[in-house]
Each structure stands twice: as structure tokens, then as C-alpha cells.
Write a protein that binds this ligand. Sequence first.
Ligand code: 5GP
Ligand code: MN
Length: 346
Amino acid sequence: MQIDISSLETLLQQADKLVLVGHFNPDGDALGSVTAAYHYLKGRGKHPRIILPSPYPDNMAFLEPEDPRDRMMICENELDDTRRAVAEADAIICLDLNRLARTEYLEDDILAAPGKKVLIDHHIPAELDRFDVAISTTGVSSTCELLFWILMALPDVAGDPQRISARCAESLYVGMMTDTNNFSNSVLPGTFEMASKLIARGVDKNGLQEKVLSCYSVSRTRLMGHMIKDKMKVLPAYKTAYMLLSNKEKARYNFKPGDSEGFVNLPLAISSVQVSALFTENFDSKYIRVSLRSKGQIDVNRFATQFFNGGGHHNAAGGRLYMPLEAVPAYFEQSLATWAKEEKFL
Ligand code: 5GP
Ligand code: MN
């Protein structure tokens, strides 16, 4: 991959204090990319801090920087401090998001901040003009893969994976592994190349797989069974299946953040199902979280943008609905009927 690296390198040479910002509800790719960037910049003698809008799942805690002074800052716990860090930074690097609104709390702060703005992302580009340097392509599996190739292209690394630290390599692998659902979605030749280089660099593939993907409780596994057996509604006419996860069920199954990770993919194992949706109630009940997945040519990014106040990728997208959970089935089935006709996938 050809990446024009010189403007990023110039900007990095001039910046000392940097903030690395991920998206709301950070997933493995957001966490992997902010922590990998942190380790790289720390190794260059810079002063980076990580900012996340909301907390991350427990199984990702091993990605925390070891220096307690550099722990990841969470807007929901310390909004004033995160705002100050943004205002005081020489550069603000946004990773794994294509709209500043995905930072939930920091859009205006980032726009008003004097620091240079950098974007490193693999979603369909949306706000490139808001950044001084934007490296954005959908031609990679994940933001972590893109960041890997950026690091390889930077003069101090010069294509040699040995020159990135073990922790940086581990973070990059975690983001790629989770965003590809362990090498099943959006995997391109470059993804295997990256994985191969990182494993040769010493990344413990099996150890990370166990830590990140085999980390769940008995109650989460039972909740998954309940969702498939009792909650999955299949609409054969639309080649679609969907599930609703309520607060009551979350409480009954001792739900922890991250526990519904992967649920939306399960119905796609059915040969006739081309589209899968998961609607999750929030404990604060402000909105319903929407997760959408599709197979092949069917574009759920468009579906998410048009009907669910969101966006994402061609085969994996998400958004929000501002209505009670009980109202979701009617809204979803109606939207599906309109969209399926436009999308012509029936
Ligand atoms: P998930 O279903 O795993 O939460 O999200 C799948 C993908 O959809 C994410 O990688 C992200 O790109 C996108 N996504 C999820 N929620 C939102 C949202 O609220 N807004 C936008 N623009 N994209 C979202
Ligand atoms: Mn991603």
C-alpha cells in the first residue's frame, strides 16, 4: 500500500503533547489503535495521552499503558480533564472514527482546539476536510492494519517490524483480530501479510486469542443461548433475522459491557439469512443501540445511515434508535421493507 507519509512525519516532528482519541463504546480496533499509537509515540520520546468517550470492556484492560500516569482517560468519568487535554495538545489524532460526532462529547472541543488534527481511519470517509492530515482508506481490514502500514512507512521504523515495541505489536494484532472477527470478515492479502510480520515479530497469537475471544462468563454464554433460542426472529421473505436484548434480560444474565459482542453475527450462520440485526436497550434507556450485519453485496452502511442514525461499513454497521424497545420491531420491519425494495436484494 502506498501511503503519503511525509505530512504526518512533519507534524509528528513538531508535536510533543498528543492526544489519541477513539470512538464511543470503544471496540478492539479502537482500543488497539489508540494504544498502539501511544506505544509508538512514547518510544519516540513524545507525551501522548489516550482519550475514550466511554469505558472499555474488562477483557481489554491488559491493553492499558503500564505507567499509571498514562492510564486511558474516559470522558464519562473525567470530562473536564479530557477537554483540557484536547485543548492543550499540540496534535489530536483521531483513530477508528469517520465523524467527530463519534467522540460523543468532544466534537466541539476538537474543532476549537489549536492543535493539529489527524485522522487515521478505515470507514467510508465523511469529514476529511476537518483534519490537517487525513489517512483514510476502506482498503484495509481495520484501523490497526492501516496504522501498522503507516508505522512501517515512517522513517524511524523503515519497514522493519522489529523496530516497533512488543506492546505496540500486540495492540495492532488485537485490533485487526477483533475487527476481522478473527480472520473471517474484511480480510485482504495485506491483512495476512501484517499478521505474518507481527507473529514473526513475536506476537503471541494464541495467547491473545484466548485473552480477548475466550474471556466470557457462564451467564454470558447462557444469555447467548437464550437470544438464539427464544429471541431470534427470522423473516424468510426478507432473508433477515433480528433480536432484541432488553434491560430486564441484561439484569437476569448479569450483563457486563462487551457481553453482547458477536451476538449479531450468529444468525448469519444460517444459509438463508443475509441480513442480521441486534437491538440493545441501554440501562439509562436514552436510546436503543443498533447493530447490523450483512453478507456479500448487501450494503448495511446505507441501511444504518438512512434508518438508524448511524453508519459504518458495507457489511457491518450500527446506529441508534430513540424509541422504546417495544416499538422497535414495527419500525425495523417497516424500514426493512422500504430498504429491501431500494436495495433490490430480494
Ligand atoms: P457494532 O455493531 O459492532 O457496534 O458496529 C459495527 C460498525 O458499525 C462499527 O465498526 C462502526 O463502524 C459502525 N457503528 C456502530 N455504531 C455506530 C454509530 O452509532 N454511528 C456510526 N456512524 N457508526 C456506527
Ligand atoms: Mn474498526
